[in-house]
Design a protein around this ligand. Structure first.
Ligand code: C2E
Ligand code: MG
Ligand code: MG
Ligand code: MG
Length: 283
């Protein structure tokens, strides 16, 4: 197994997810159990407004507390789940856990939006909107506090079905975001006709904005495109102050990245939020 460290004690276990290797099959069985037995955890990364840098919400990013391999990043197991029906219960678990967390933030006076990533298979499944409606109701969280992020390629895998699912989600009042925008190949014609609200500029362009003139121009073009279509724009992968200032100057609405915080376990995230924006006392 290839494994390398990457902060916060998370192990970069890199299983071979291709083909029908014994390792892949074992991991899939373990993942099925993990969803039911509470081995998945969410870490939260703040999203801040630009230029004010007020905390608006958080992206929930799944990790797997694996009994033998330690804490695993999503790229070690999400692709596996995505190729099977397991992605539905997994996404349902993530939405449920994220909304329970959001409920707890609301109850403690922290009005924050929570964002969850959904996969191509979720978008071709009518039950996604049913699950989301049921879970919003279960936790009494306003739909506008839930954001769903999906990549361009997830939408384009089956655009007609994705569109129908997105329309139902939009009708509920959920915020819909195109993740990693610019990295794939969305036809702009599709974009115009989809009920999406946010473009998240892919971090590959954001990372080099300060040093690469064409990346800076691409980010500017995406922000302008988004605004011309009436969408909000968010930059992911903001790692330094210079980049944050450039983004604010371009009118990008929100930022997310290591400059502010890495994804954190819930308790640490709350401390971070409270340090950035004290909770009113007496609430
Ligand atoms: P994503 O949705 O684009 O999430 C952003 C990724 O960038 C996260 O990696 C985050 O930790 C990382 N990141 C954030 N800020 C920075 C930065 O400043 N610099 C750099 N270099 N990286 C930054 P993570 O947590 O490993 O997640 C990777 C991908 O896994 C996500 O990409 C998303 O596509 C997928 N994923 C995560 N959680 C879920 C989930 O619950 N369900 C599904 N279906 N996919 C998920
Ligand atoms: Mg995302
Ligand atoms: Mg992204
Ligand atoms: Mg990504």
């Amino acid at each position: 197994y290839a494994a390398k460290g990457r902060g916060l004690g998370v192990c970069r276990y890199a299983p071979d997810l291709d083909g029908h290797s014994a390792e892949r099959l074992r991991l899939l069985g373990e993942l099925r159990r993990a969803v039911d037995e509470g081995e998945l955890v969410l870490h939260y990364q703040p999203k801040v407004s630009l230029p004010g840098e007020r905390v608006e919400g958080a992206e929930a990013l799944v990790r797997w507390q694996h009994p033998r391999h330690g804490l695993l990043f999503p790229d070690a197991f999400i692709p596996l789940a995505e190729r099977t029906a397991l992605i539905r219960p997994l996404t349902r678990w993530v939405v449920d856990a994220a909304l329970r967390q959001c409920r707890s933030w609301l109850d403690s006076g922290r009005v924050l939006r929570v964002a969850v990533n959904v996969s191509a298979r979720n978008l071709s499944d009518d039950r996604l909107a049913d699950d989301v409606a049921e879970l919003l109701q279960r936790w009494g969280v306003p739909a506008s506090c839930l954001e769903l992020e999906m990549t361009e390629s997830a939408i384009l895998a089956d655009p007609a079905r994705a569109r129908a699912v997105l329309e139902r989600l939009a009708a509920l009042g959920v915020v819909l975001s195109v993740d990693d925008f610019g990295a794939g190949y969305t036809s702009l014609g599709h974009l115009k006709n989809l009920p999406v609200h946010v473009l998240k500029v892919d971090r590959s362009f954001v990372a080099a904005m300060g040093t690469d003139r064409s990346d800076a121009l691409i980010v500017r073009s995406i922000v302008e495109l988004g605004h011309n279509l009436g969408l909000r724009t968010v930059a992911e992968g903001v790692e330094d102050r210079d980049t944050a200032e450039r983004l604010a100057a371009l009118g990008c609405d929100e930022g997310q990245g290591y400059l502010w915080s890495r994804p954190l376990p819930a308790a640490q995230f709350e401390r971070w939020v409270d340090a950035a924006r004290p909770v009113p006392t007496g609430s």
